[in-house]
Structures are given as C-alpha cells and as structure tokens.
Design a binder for this molecule. Sequence first.
Ligand SMILES: Cc1cc2nc3c(=O)[nH]c(=O)nc-3n(C[C@H](O)[C@H](O)[C@H](O)COP(=O)(O)O)c2cc1C
Length: 323
Amino acid sequence: MSITARELTNNKIWLAPLAGITDNPFRAICKECGADVVVSEMVSVDGLLYNQDRSLEYAEFEESQRPFGLQLFGSDPEIFKKALDIALTKNPDFIDINMGCPVKKVTKRGAGSALMNTPDIAASIVRETKKILEPLNIPLSVKFRSGWNMFSTNSLEFGKQMQDAGADIICLHPRTREQMFSGKSNWKLIAELKKAVNIPIIGNGDVLVIEDMIAMYEQTGCDSVMIGRGAMGKPWLFKQVKNYLKSGNIEPITTAEKLEIIKRHLEFMIFHKGEKQAVYEMRTHFSHYTKGFRGGAKIRNRINRLFDVEQILILVEELYNTQ
Ligand SMILES: Cc1cc2nc3c(=O)[nH]c(=O)nc-3n(C[C@H](O)[C@H](O)[C@H](O)COP(=O)(O)O)c2cc1C
C-alpha cells in the first residue's frame, strides 16, 4: 500500500536523517518512542552503482519502521536514475534527496548543499527521479538549507524550483552551508517558503525540546516537524511529544522510563549487529546518553573500555540514578 505526501506530513513528527546515528536500531527505538516517519542515513547514488552491497546495507529497514524514507545523495541525474532501480528493490515508502549536506567530501563533488548553487542540475535530478517514482505512487521529498552562504540565501526560490520540478514534499533546515551547525536556524525562512508553495513543508532546525516543536508549528505554519540532534541521546523526546499531543500536557519522562528505553536501544543493536559490534557501536550513543551529566565524562571513559553489556548498563543506571 502506497502512502501519499499528505499522509506523510499531516502534523507528523519526523526523525531526521543523521549519518552515523539513524541506523536500523536507532530508528527502531525512535519509532517505538513515537516518531511518525523515519529516514535512512544518506546513501550515495554512486555507491549504490559501484559498491552496491555496502551501500544497500544503509537502505535496510524493518517493516515496523514504515513509513520509511530512503535518502539519496549525488550530483548526476543519470546516475540517480540508474541507482533508483537498485534503491527501489528495498521497497521504501518514499525517496528523499539530500541537497543540504555541508560536508566538503560531498559538496566538492557537486552534491548535498552544493546543489543549491546549481539549481538547474538540482531540478533535473528531481525531474528524472520523479519520472520513475510517479508511476509507482512513491512520494519524493527534497531536503535543503537556506543557501550556500549569507550572500546567496535562495531557499525561497530554490524551494519553488524543486516544487515545479516535481518534488512532493520539501524540508528546510534554514542554516546556510557556511554556517554548518553554528548560530540559530532562521525559522522565518520556513514560514516564508510555506506561504509560497502548495506542497507540504517540513520544518527542521533547533527543535531540541518539546517547547521548540510547539513554537516551530506556531511560528512557521509548517506541516511537519523534523527532529535531529534533539533525539540524539534522547529518543524519549518522541514519547513526550506523543504524550503531549494526546493530553495537551508536557510531562517529564522518568529516569526509569529513560533507562528502559536505553536498554531497548541496546537490545535492538544486539539483535541487528551481534553483541560485540553492538557494544562497539553503542559507544557513540552512550556518549550522547551521558552528555551533560555530572560525572558523565568519567563514565564514558569507563564504558569505552568495557565489552560486557551488563557492566555497561550498571554504569549507566548508576549515572542516571545519582543525578
Ligand atoms: C551527526 C549528524 C549527521 C547528519 N547526517 C545527515 C544526513 O545524512 N542527511 C541529511 O540530510 N542531514 C543530515 N544531518 C542534518 C540533520 O538532518 C538536520 O538537518 C540538522 O541536524 C538540523 O536539525 P536539528 O537541529 O534538529 O539537529 C546530520 C546532522 C548531524 C548532527
């Protein structure tokens, strides 16, 4: 059963694509906490063509994670076309195109946020991708920034061009490429774009706590909110959002609930990757789970030297229970 762009975006909470973070286990835990829509880490279209097995691993997902979006990046419309055949064998619910990545390795090849400097190529990628997706009823979203730098802010024009080229959904993270992640994202640009297009728009940037989500909806009129860093080490933010939407109250998540969620995340990780790899890969997540805690640095150091899951969990429990 295919899903429409409106169904994907009607007051939905999205988990942002986060390279190195939003793998299968992390998406699973965010979904379980209440994220409505999840997106893969970014996958290179060139990688899909030339290093298929490795790249396709990023496109794996569980049925319980639907609706699931597969995010692609690249700069050549012809390669996009060929790579889509491979990507679609995984049967994602929608395809997202990354036009916002600021990392040099990506932009120097004309991909990610560099596409905001070449809107004609960006539009051509969208047109060619749409030709393949439309007959299959698979929505296409495009994620981008406010522009390359403060002198070339073009999100309004660019968003309209992507709509005209065939995008079904657009997602704006209103920082320039040069800003990377510094400064504040400029939500006014989301509000401005929302008024100018008639496809759904997802607001993204600096939604770190539930009050930010409420403010983002109010200030921008966006159709959906996407959360990235706010969920790193805090997947329970989605649970709080769900509780709020049900009751209208902002309820704190208890320490016991948080610890239960961390355990579930670890279980998902072990299920997908085996215990040895899970312990290794969870180190990144434990660094987020212990961030800002009194005594957190010491615990992180100890966790990074441990290989036993039970011992790691005891340390995390101790840390959470003594704050
Ligand atoms: C560690 C990390 C990895 C990211 N990876 C991706 C990615 O693969 N694709 C993408 O479109 N954006 C990526 N982003 C950007 C986020 O999706 C999001 O646009 C940005 O973090 C702003 O939202 P936030 O303030 O909610 O974090 C990444 C951001 C971070 C911090």
